[in-house]
Design a protein around this ligand. Structure first.
Ligand SMILES: [Fe+2]
Length: 351
């Protein structure tokens, strides 16, 4: 993991001039390729085709004999022989598909490069088997591009202000933030001492008015996946898988799973429902920012250049896009989306 913030100036290989890549990158205008996207929860993919959107294009999902399929066209159209598949399906119309963690993942990129080892590691979700209870997973929408949601999550401190009723306010003894990155991911780790615990959290099972809190946001830039893990000590952990399906520049779909296990029944059943409260609070902030975030030239959204995690995010994203624009879709040797991150999150593996 790279820990120093490198100079964002890179050489433009075509013009030979150096440029601030962070300013060239306009979110929502470049679809990163060669990545797995958890496009639907497994139970939603049945014998009856459903349509989802990925980068403003429809993707049809259904099962044939239990096996999940993802295609550019409805199966009836595919069967008619009238449709010709595009580049991302090698002309076949079918995307590579893999099922893991109770999701159907589709490969967005060159089908020849699809390998299941590139599916992000989610240590707190069962890799296979029976779906988790229905209240632990669901979907919410954000009215903005997935990059803005990722940047919002990399600023975990925002929860103290935007979600203070639920997560607790900014009162604490000590608040440390660490940022790590490689060429595919950015991670923010926040460690708080003696955080004030709001009544709702005490009701759900954090047994004190003050508790230490550790939270990690591990963001995969290509796939839109965000692996979140928070832990109150004393108290319970909140393992929240928070993928962001890039439906378009204006809409991201969060197919979440909140796998709370080591907590009271009321927290296990009640806490995941808070997604439907917290999500709209974030959307209320992000939706009006989206046009400014995507504006040409200097962006006028509310991000600060003193925000280390978001500055790092923009730098890593700009480099990744630059490489892909030059035709390099490979994963560099410092990055491995499937590597075990249980240690990074400080959470137990479920299997
Ligand atoms: Fe939030």
């Amino acid at each position: 993991m790279e820990t120093a913030i490198a100079d964002p100036q890179v050489q433009d290989t075509r013009s030979g001039k150096s440029s601030i890549v962070g300013q060239e990158w306009r979110p929502g205008n470049y679809d990163l390729r060669d990545t797995w996207i958890p496009v639907a929860h497994s139970p939603h993919v049945t014998g009856k085709p459903i349509r989802r959107m990925v980068h403003s294009h429809p993707v049809f999902l259904w099962r044939d004999g239990g096996r999940p399929l993802a295609a550019e066209f409805h199966p009836d159209a595919l069967g008619s022989g009238q449709c010709r598949g595009g580049e991302l399906t090698g002309g076949s119309g079918y995307f590579p598909v893999h099922e893991r963690y109770n999701y159907v993942w589709m490969w967005y990129g060159n089908p020849d490069n699809a390998h299941e080892a590139l599916i992000p590691d989610v240590p707190y979700l069962p890799r296979a088997g029976k779906p988790l209870p229905r209240n632990m997973w669901g979907q919410i929408y954000f009215n903005c591009s997935y990059e803005l949601v990722q940047e919002n999550l990399l600023d975990l401190v925002h929860a103290d202000y935007l979600h203070s009723d639920i997560i607790g306010d900014e009162e604490n003894d000590d608040d440390r933030v660490y940022v790590e990155s490689d060429s595919e991911t950015v991670t923010m780790i926040r460690e708080v001492s003696n955080k004030t615990i709001p009544p709702l959290l005490r009701f759900l099972g954090v047994p004190a008015k003050k508790a230490d809190y550790r939270a990690v946001a591990h963001v995969h830039l290509r796939s839109g996946v965000v692996v979140l893990y928070g832990k109150f000590m004393p108290g319970f952990a909140q393992p929240l898988f928070h993928p962001l399906v890039p439906e378009s520049r204006y809409v991201s779909r969060n197919n979440f799973t909140f796998n709370i296990t080591g907590a009271s029944p009321i927290a296990r059943h009640g806490f995941p429902l808070l997604s439907y409260v917290i999500g709209p609070q974030d959307d209320f902030m992000m939706k009006p920012q989206n046009p400014k975030y995507q504006a040409r030239g200097e962006r006028r959204d509310v991000s600060s250049r003193f925000d280390a995690a978001d500055s790092r995010y923009r730098m890593v994203m700009a480099k990744l896009i630059q490489r892909q624009k030059e035709g390099d879709y490979s994963y560099l040797s410092d990055a491995d989306p499937g590597q075990d991150i249980a240690g990074l999150l400080d959470c137990p593996r479920v299997d």
